[in-house]
Ligand binder design. Structure first.
Ligand code: BV8
Ligand code: ZN
Length: 247
């Protein structure tokens, strides 16, 4: 296959000493069979985010919200990382300074071998009590008629960040400073609409980084990126890696 055309500027940055930061969204997991949120086949094409991924919706209709998460949790326990995840796992050791920040809760970056992952929105395999916040085990068999509870009587919920909830403060501060100080920033498979994650590429740009977007579609970010690859991350990332000087 013909080599992917990349700019001379990007080619020169693909060396181990470059400080790199990456933000991934649901698009990076699309090729693993995990539906995205806002695409045509998106998870939210039937519902709107407000109806599902927020605390009030959970309190108003815990069964609907927990059935949605149970469906996603079961789906995510069966899917495998794709070449995009695997390339990013290799970049963690290739670049001396590499920060992988994800909005995804599917755990696929770790499954692909990434060891340091900033999971800004939590992880769907982790659960906690909605009342006392204690970590909790999700039941092997989920019974929508008999929602799982904590000893304190509170309902169990996935340990993810819902709309209107604060992201883990430590995590967003560290991700912020990685974006501020990096020289090369990749925005991968995200529609770049959910805050504060969507601000990270802008923070990188302001910090002087070269910002690259990989997404089959246009996003609100595309106009301010230095280089855009219109395609799937599972295909484009490994082809960018072909430019790494071979040891
Ligand atoms: C907060 C939970 C402080 C886990 C999620 C008005 C203006 C600005 C902000 C706000 C506002 N009103 C409210 C807000 C704040 C709100 C927000 O940003 N709303 C947006 C919608 C406007 N943010 C919050 O509430 C955050 N908290 O601000 O706290 C606070 C506190 C109290 C009171 C007020 C404020 C919390 C945000 C976290 C919400 N939780 N998920 C879960 O269930 O997953 S967000 C959800 O969206 C997921 O985590 C997801 O990752 C995230 C972002 O979506 P994407 O990952 O980008 O996925 P999407 O489907 O959108 O796009 C996929 C992309 O991939 C597409 O572009 C597609 O083209 C592309 N693609 C497809 N295939 C491929 C591909 N790309 C590459 N390769 C492919 N093969
Ligand atoms: Zn409890």
């Amino acid at each position: 296959m013909k080599q992917l055309a990349i700019s001379e500027r990007l080619r020169r940055l693909l060396v181990p000493t470059t400080r790199v930061a990456v933000l991934t969204g649901a698009g990076v997991s699309a090729e693993s069979g995990v539906p995205t949120f806002r695409g045509a086949e998106g998870l939210w094409s039937k519902f709107r985010p407000e109806e599902l991924a927020n605390f009030d919706a959970f309190m108003a209709n815990p069964r609907l919200v927990l059935e949605w998460y149970n469906y996603r949790r079961e789906l995510m326990s069966t899917v495998q990382p794709n070449p995009g995840h695997k390339t990013l796992a290799r970049w963690e050791t290739y670049f001396q300074e590499f920060a992988l920040v994800t909005q995804n809760v599917d755990g696929l970056h770790r499954k692909a071998g990434s060891t340091k992952v900033f999971e800004l929105h939590g992880n769907i395999q982790k659960n906690k009590c909605a009342k006392c916040n204690r970590p909790a085990e999700w039941p092997a068999i989920f019974d929508p008629e008999n929602l799982p509870t904590c000893e304190c009587g509170g309902l169990l919920r996935p340990d993810v960040v819902w709309f209107g909830e604060l992201l883990p403060v430590q995590m967003i501060e560290q991700a912020w400073s990685k974006a501020e100080t990096c020289e090369l920033f990749f925005s991968l498979g995200t529609s770049a609409v959910v805050q504060p994650a969507a601000s990270l590429p802008l923070v990188a740009k302001r910090g002087g980084a070269y910002v690259v977007e990989i997404n089959p579609e246009d996003t609100p970010l595309s106009g301010m990126c230095d280089e855009v690859f219109r395609g799937p991350t599972g295909e484009i990332l490994p082809r960018i890696a072909e430019y790494f000087p071979h040891e």
